[in-house]
Design a protein around this ligand. Structure first.
Ligand code: NAG
Length: 172
């Protein structure tokens, strides 16, 4: 099952989409999840957008919800407020069907994954507006069910660039 690669992709997508990070000193409890990001992708902030080092204006996922075995078209529009350099990393939590913790606080190198995603973005990512467009082929082995994904993007010095959270359900 290519679930791990899917999750890496979605984590990289969530974060690179973003390339967006927070600067909270702790984590916001889920009850305090922030506003949904415009664009219909059902991605929420779990950091304070005002102190984030990226501003995510819009994230679109087509189709929504994504279809296993199909192509997911991903579009994000944002503004990088602070240069993102080598050493930046993503921490990911994934919960499957409410109780199964598939991934707990796993670290991924951000720049490496951005490169692998071949979305025409490379580190260092300079300050300024940034749009990312990418078609991703989803493995057809993705099991039906609900995935709760939380991704924290950090700078090398551990400060938070942004935190994004989403709940996505795959149907059979
Ligand atoms: C990003 O996309 C928006 C909406 O399509 C567009 O208005 C804007 O000019 C684009 N920005 C860049 C940096 O390409």
């Amino acid at each position: 099952m290519k679930l791990t690669s899917l999750l890496t992709i979605s984590a990289a997508a969530v974060a690179s989409v973003s390339a967006f990070a927070i600067d909270l000193n702790g984590q916001v409890p889920f009850a305090d999840l922030g506003e949904e990001i415009p664009g219909g992708s059902h991605i929420q902030h779990c950091s304070n957008p005002r102190t984030d080092k990226v501003e995510i204006k819009r994230v679109c996922l087509e189709p929504y919800p994504p279809v296993p075995g199909g192509v997911l078209h991903f579009e994000a529009e944002g503004i990088i407020k602070e240069r993102i350099e080598e050493g930046a990393y993503i921490r990911v939590d994934v919960i499957y069907n409410k109780y199964i913790r598939l991934i707990r606080n796993q670290k991924f190198d951000f720049c490496e994954n951005v490169k692998k995603a071949e979305a025409d973005v490379e580190c260092p990512i300079e300050e300024g507006p940034l749009n990312i467009t990418k078609d991703v082929e989803l493995p057809k082995e993705i099991p039906p069910g609900t995935f709760i994904v939380t991704a924290y993007l950090h700078k090398k010095d551990d400060s938070l660039i942004t935190c994004l959270h989403t709940v996505v359900s795959f149907k059979r």
